[in-house]
Design a protein. Sequence first.
Length: 735
Amino acid sequence: MQAMDTATTAPATLDLGVGGMTCASCVNRVERALKKVPGVSDAVVNLATESARVTYAPSDQIEAQIRRAVRNAGYEPHAMEEAAPEDLSPWAGFAPVALGLALSLPLVLPMFGELAGRDWMLPAWLQFLLATPVQFILGARFYKAGWHALKAGSGNMDLLVAIGTSAGWGLSMWLWLAQGHMHLYFEASAVVVTLVMLGKWLEARAKRQTTTAIRALQALRPEIAHVVLRAGGEADLPLAEVMAGDRLVVRPGERIPADGVVEQGDTHVDESMLTGEPLPVSKSAGARVTGGSINGEGRFVMNATAVGRESVLSQIIRLVEDAQAAKAPIQRLVDQVAAVFVPVVMGIALVTLGGWLLVGAGIEVALIHAVAVLVIACPCALGLATPAAIMAGTGIAAKNGILIKDAQALELAHRVDTVAFDKTGTLTVGQPRLVDFVAAPGVDAAAYLATAASLQSGSEHPLARAVVTAARERGLALADPDSVRAVAGRGTEGEVGDRSYLIASLRWLQELGVPLGPLQSEALRLQGEGATLSALVERVTEGLALRGLMAFADEPKAGAAEALARLQRRGLRLVMISGDNRAAAGAMGLRLGLKTDEVQAEVLPGDKAARVAALREGGHVVAMVGDGVNDAPALAAADVGIAMGTGTDVAMHAAGITLMRGDVGLVAGALDISRRTVMKIRQNLFWAFFYNVAGIPLAALGFLSPVVAGAAMAMSSVSVLTNALLLKRWRLREH
C-alpha cells in the first residue's frame, strides 16, 4: 500500500472523551501522552468537560493510536456522545458516597464524645471493620489511577490520596497489632477517602450545571418533521432523514425542524434561544426561518435549505463546544505549575516526616502531619479554575445571542480600548431608502415618482427597489414599462405610457449635457447631507428635460446611536470605517454621534485590514465589528473580531465572537461577559493557588489534621465551580 503523503494532507481534528481525570496533573499527563503519538501536532485536554481535542495528520490507524495512548496513560477513552449522560438526577452517583458516610460516621463520633466529656471510643477490631471497606473497596479508584500515574512516571491527585490514606491506615494497623494502642487513626483514612469522594460527587454535579447551555441548545432539535410527499399528503419522518429541498409543514407551537424559507402561511416565530431576541418575529412567504426556533400561532409550509450539521443550530452548538473545549492563554501558567506540582508535594511530605522525627516527635505524629500535607495539596481546584469559568461564561453568553468561538477572544475582549465598526449593514440597515424626491418647478411630484417607480419596477437594483417601495408606501399606482434597458454604470432608460424616460446618475446627466438648473442648490444640500442622487429625465421634442431628483440614503439601525453612546461612556474610542464618499460617511457619523475624526471614509475593502492594524499601533487593543465578505480580513486583523450573525458566513468564520442579532448593543454585552468571565478566572486561580500556598505549610507545621485537610481539599474544588456558576446570573442589559 502506498504511504499517505501527510505533508500535503490537511490536518484533522478528533474530539475524544477522557474518563478518570481528577486534577490538573492528570490533564498535563494526558496531553503529554497524546503529543507523543507520531503525527499528532497538538492536543488540548479540558478537565471540566473531561475531553481532549487532538489535531493530527491523517494516516492509517492514527485514531486508534490516539485512543491507545489515552488508555496507556491510565485513563478511559470514549466517544464524546458517550461522555455526557442525559437526564441525570441530582443524586446520581451518590450511593458510594452515602455508603462511605455511613461507615465513617461511627469512626468520627468518639471525637464529638471527647468534646462532651464522654468516652465513645470503638474497639480496635470494629474500627478496622468500618475503615477497611472504605479504604480498599470504595477507595479502589484512587489506587488504580495512582498506580497508572506512577507507571507513567508522574503523579496526580489520586496518587496523593492513595499514599496519604494508606499511610494513615497502615499506621493504625501497626499501632494496634504491634503496640497495642487504642488511640488509632482509622477515622483519618476513612473520612479523607469519603470526603474526597463527596467532593468529587459535588464537583460532577456542579460541572453538569456548567453544560446546561449546550444541553439546552441540543434539546431544541425536534425528533420528527412533517414532510410533504411528492405524491401528495404528509409523512412524519425522523429528523435525520430530512434532506435539503424537502417541503416541511410546521404546525402552531412546534419547533421548526430545519433552516429554510417560508413558502406558504403567516406566523410569528420565537427565536429567543438562538438569538436572544425576546419578541416573536413576524414571518410570511419568502422569510427565512431557523431550525430550533418555536412557531407561534400560524401553520406554514417551508422549503428546507440546511439540515443536520449544516444548520445554524448545529453551527451554534459547535461554536459553543469549541469555545468550552478550548484552553485560554492564562491556562498555560496552570499547566506549568501542574507539571511539577505532585513531585514537589511528595518532596514536602517527606521533608515534613523527616523534620518532625528530627525534633523528637514520634513516628505516628510525623506520619500524620505528612499525610495532612499529601491530602491538602491535591491540585483539583487548579485544574478546574479556568475551564469552569469559560464553560459558564460562554454558555450564558450563547443564551443571550453572543457566540464566543475561542477562549483567546474571550480573554482579550475585556482589554479592548478601541472598537472599529464597518458602516453598511453593521451600524446602518444596509438597504438604501428614498429619503426625498425633489420635483422641478411646475412638475407634479407624485405623478413623476410613480413614473420613476414604474420604470424600475422590474429591476433588482437596491436603488430601484427603494424607489418602488417608496411609491407603494404612498399608495401610487404603477404602470407597466416598455423597452426598459440598463445602461451600465449610468442608469436606466425606457418608456412608460407613450413617453420616454431616463433614470440617470449625476455623472450620466453631466455627460448628456442636462443642467441641474433650479435644482442645483437642492442637489448641493442633499449631497452635503450624505445622500446619493439620481435624476429623472424625460425625452421631449426640445431634447432632455429634468423632471426631478431622487435622494437615497441608508438609515442607522434602531438603537445604534444609543449603543455607541454607551460604549463611549465606558471610555472606549470608537471608529467607523466606510467605503462611502466622505460626505455620506461624515453625515452618517454625525447621526450616530461620532466625531469627524472618528470617521474614516473612502476606504477600499482591501485596505480595511491595514486601517485596523494602524489602530493597534501603540499597544491599543482593537475590536473590529463587521458583517460582510469584505470585512473578513479586517476581522482577522483585529485583536478581537466581532461578526454580526445577520451577515455572511465568511465574516462569522473570521471572527472570534459572533452576535446572533444585528444589534450593535450586543457589542457592549460581549465586552462585559468577557470582563466578568476573566474576573472569575482570576478569582478562581487566586483562591486555588492561595489555598495550596497557605494549606501546605499549615499542614506541615501540624495545624491541620488529615480529616480537616481532606474536607478543605474537597471544598476547594466545589468553591471554584460554585464561583464560576455565579456567571449564570449574568443578564444582557445596558452595560
